[in-house]
Design a protein around this ligand. Structure first.
Ligand code: NAD
Length: 499
């Protein structure tokens, strides 16, 4: 028996027969475990129509009612966190503790959105002119869409929809076709929490569903997270169709280690951030920049730690790192080991030789790998690998290191490891990147700050969640108000100035 995953429209699972479907895999075994319906443009129309119908009622429901639904949703997701983590692990491949972590970080955003009455408070100025008051309010946009990647099937959608819905919008989610099940559990939990039908819908599928959302006249805004080429495509097409867009793209995150850093701490951090979730995190460290003389010692410490990592199925509690998401992705990531060596790098650790718990399982395995003496001209440096391959670059000085990070076309995250507060502060000021860690390798902002990169890691102006998320999903309105009093009177064609 294999599972069947479909859309969620108008408060219930879709009952139609899909024209196209995709396979769902268990990356740990390579087996097909189910199928997912792919939405046609007409299915997207149905979801947007349900969302459009639901919007007026939801936007006019009180803030108390909206935050009440959010609190109920928060409780339900918390109660179902193991179910969600298990599904994520079985379709994505990440280990159970990592899947649980992503659900927890998604819940942080739900908790942030529970405070929507406070977040939507505007400003009020009394008597801006004689007898005239002014105030500012923020109002929802209408139907908004989210398009999300495979690597965080619960957390990335939860960067978007709790805030969008709390602000009074209705939301249509198009999750990754590679791990679609978590989205349907979240939809069911919204319904149980009392969210009116149509306020949250899910359309499964691929490019056809995305294209339909990007040009749909009733979709007011699009949030996207995925690779840079698709982020650019989404930004171009959706803005051309008149929509507000935030499109977060790929990454090449550098971790800079200065000569005075604690090298054991740095090696622990590089291995944790490089190989957690098999490197399939947009904030994974993919380049280690060893400054001055520390390179050899650091690579030695990393190599020791990598040898001890336990690679195995996400369902096995002993596993620290799971398989990659698909066979094609595993092969692409592994190809950088050969091309890196051909271009002059040293393969310090070959993950193809790393043992897998359970023996020679037929899943999409690639162990942790380290390419040393990488230079910026090499393909393994220039391209996003998005897998368990850590590239080590040697930089003679701090200035060389910061230039390397800032000149990289991506600008998602970076980190510096040092005991020199002045150097760290200078790095924070100078580096051209959206998220910076100081002795913290994965500086993912908390829900009440905003997440997003710079340069080719973000197309658009707004980062996700936090204050920028609230602003993205609302429009500002400034009101100037006068209630007539006995002193009014007279026509004036002059421009209004304050008296
Ligand atoms: P992807 O770009 O292949 O897919 C993302 C979404 O776009 C999916 O829903 C997919 O169905 C859709 N899509 C794919 N091809 C499309 C096309 N030709 N036209 C229209 N839509 C299309 O990304 P992925 O492989 O699912 O995820 C990994 C990527 O996401 C990596 O590049 C990673 O860095 C990035 N990512 C970035 C962040 C961030 O915050 N910047 C977070 C997570 C992941």
């Amino acid at each position: 028996m294999t599972k069947h995953v479909t859309h969620w429209i108008g408060g219930k699972p879709w009952g139609g027969a899909a024209e196209r479907k995709g396979d769902i895999y268990d990356p740990a075994t390579g087996a097909v475990t189910g199928s997912v319906d792919f939405a046609s443009a007409s299915v997207v129309d149905d979801a947007v129509a349900a969302a459009t119908k639901a919007f007026p009622g939801w936007r006019s429901s009180s803030l108390t009612k909206r935050s009440g639904v959010l609190f109920a949703f928060r409780q339900l997701v918390h109660e179902h966190r193991k179910e969600l983590a298990g599904l994520i692990s079985s379709e994505h491949g990440k280990v159970a503790s990592d899947a649980a972590g992503e659900v927890a970080r998604g819940l942080d955003v739900v908790e942030f959105a529970c405070g929507i009455p406070h977040l939507l408070k505007g400003g009020y100025s009394e008597n801006v002119s004689t007898g005239v008051d002014a105030y500012a309010i923020r109002q929802p946009l209408g139907v908004v869409a989210g398009i999300t990647p495979f690597n965080f099937p619960a957390m990335v959608p939860m960067w978007m929809f709790p805030v969008a819905i709390a602000c009074g919008n209705s939301f249509v989610l198009k999750p990754s076709e590679k791990d679609p099940s978590a989205s349907l559990v979240l939809a069911r939990l919204w319904a149980e929490a009392g969210l009116p039908d149509g306020v949250f819908s899910v359309v499964q599928g691929d490019r056809e569903a995305v294209d339909a959302l990007l040009v749909h006249p009733d979709v007011r805004a699009v949030s996207f997270v995925g690779s840079t080429p698709i982020a650019r495509y989404v930004y171009k097409n959706a803005t051309a169709a008149g929509k507000r867009v935030q499109a977060l793209g790929g990454a090449k995150n550098h971790m800079v280690v200065l000569p005075d850093a604690d090298l054991d701490l740095s090696a622990d951090a590089a291995v944790s951030a490089g190989f957690g979730s098999a490197g399939e995190r947009c904030m994974a460290v993919s380049v280690l920049v060893a400054v001055g003389p520390v390179g050899d010692e650091l690579v030695g410490k990393i190599t020791e730690r990598v040898a001890a990592l336990r690679v195995g199925p996400g369902s096995d509690e002993r596993s620290e790192m799971g398989p990659l998401v698909t066979a094609a992705h595993r092969d692409k990531v592994a190809s950088y080991l050969d091309s890196g060596v051909q271009e002059g790098a040293t393969l310090a650790v070959d993950g193809r030789l790393h043992p897998v718990i359970g023996g020679e399982a037929p899943g999409f395995w690639l162990g942790p790998s380290v390419l040393d003496h990488v230079t910026p001209e090499m393909g393994c440096y220039a391209e996003e690998i998005f897998g368990p391959v850590l590239s080590v670059v040697r930089a003679p000085t701090y200035e060389d290191a910061v230039r390397l990070v800032s000149e990289n076309p991506y600008g998602n995250g970076t980190a510096i490891f040092t005991n020199d507060g002045g150097a760290a502060r200078r790095f924070v000021t100078e580096v051209e990147c959206g998220m910076v860690g100081v002795n913290v390798p994965i500086p993912v902002p908390m829900a009440y700050y905003s997440f997003g990169g710079w340069k080719s890691s973000l197309f658009g102006d707004s980062h996700m969640h936090g204050t920028e998320g609230v602003h993205f999903y609302t429009r500002g309105k400034a009101v100037t108000s006068r209630w007539l009093d006995p002193s009014h009177g007279g026509v004036s064609l002059g421009f209004p100035v304050n008296r």
